[in-house]
Write a protein that binds this ligand. Structure first.
Ligand SMILES: [Zn+2]
Length: 296
């Protein structure tokens, strides 16, 4: 859902170092399977991390001892695996590249570790992610229908705005609207099936709706935090509309991607005239003292 540069890691050299390690002498399978693992790394690169193409690696059952070896190396604190910690820290970004949440803290295996133990420490299969969508996706990576697969931040160069919030009035107003999410790109888009699958196995399993409900209440109770240039209680609808557009621009800039949760909500607001007019009215009522913030 957002593009990231490939990690600069020599994965084959890492594998060579591991297999040359004397402490692994009791693990002959790793040495004997090394060339096969390297072949699967190359297949992964050729397929550009696309699990849906025929040349992509398929789930494999390796020798149990090899599976355990790579699995334990994934969690190792050894300096050899510092790159995994660097991927987790993700110094350059502040939104989850998988779901757009405003947080990180985890490393997600695009091809799940349980089915692809040979890719457990392969840097191109490891992406930073938030804790929630990493655990919620579990082993989902490939759907049943053509083109259905999880998006890959290192290989899918998608910069389009993919998702938005749909804001529907409840009880005739927008003070506590029903907010949902939806896909913005057209069904004819070549990546639509992948985006739709990715949406179902990542974003829809997160707390995005809860966070958007909270932001919406804050838009009314603490409007000055989000909307600039509303000097008094007498601003026009056009002034408010401009403030919403500016807040959206700022959110895209803050998270360095249009595909972040706050931008989903602000984009949904900026394109919903009724919601905008109603929200502006509520803010005017609060600012003029006719409505208490806690009554929202
Ligand atoms: Zn996430």
């Amino acid at each position: 859902m957002r593009c990231l540069p490939l990690p600069l890691v020599d994965d084959v050299a890492k594998l060579n170092t591991i297999t040359a390690d004397a402490s692994l002498a009791s693990c002959p399978h790793l040495r004997s399977d090394k060339s096969e693992i390297i072949g699967r790394y190359h297949a992964y690169q050729l397929a550009k991390g696309n699990a849906a193409v025929p040349i992509a690696p398929t789930p494999t059952t390796l020798q149990g001892i090899l599976q355990n070896t790579l699995g334990s190396k994934y969690g190792s604190k050894a300096a050899l695996f510092d790159y995994i910690e660097e991927i987790r820290i993700a110094r350059e970004i502040n939104a989850c590249p998988m779901c757009g949440a405003p947080e990180l803290g985890s490393v997600d295996h695009i091809f799940p570790q349980g089915k692809f133990p040979d890719l457990a420490i392969f840097s191109q299969n490891l992406v930073p992610a938030c804790l929630k969508c990493n655990s919620a996706r579990q082993e989902s990576y490939l759907g049943a229908l053509p083109g259905e697969r999880v998006l890959h931040p290192y290989f899918d160069r998608v910069e389009d705005r993919l998702f938005t919030a749909k804001i529907n009035a409840t009880n005739g107003n927008y003070r506590r609207p029903k907010i949902t999410t939806e896909i913005l790109i057209h069904e004819q888009h070549p990546l639509y099936a992948a985006v739709n699958y990715h949406y179902k196995v990542t974003l829809m399993r997160t707390r995005v709706l809860i966070d958007m409900d909270k932001w919406w209440v804050d838009f009314q109770r603490k409007d000055e935090v989000y909307f600039r240039g509303l000097e008094t209680a007498h601003f026009t609808d056009q002034t408010f509309s401009d403030a919403v557009d500016y807040a959206l621009w700022l959110s895209d800039k803050e998270f360095t991607t249009v595909n972040n949760w706050k931008s989903f909500l602000l984009y949904g607001l900026s394109t919903n005239e009724k919601a905008k007019i109603d929200l502006a009215d509520t803010i005017r009522h609060i600012r003029s003292g006719h409505l208490r913030p806690d009554d929202i």
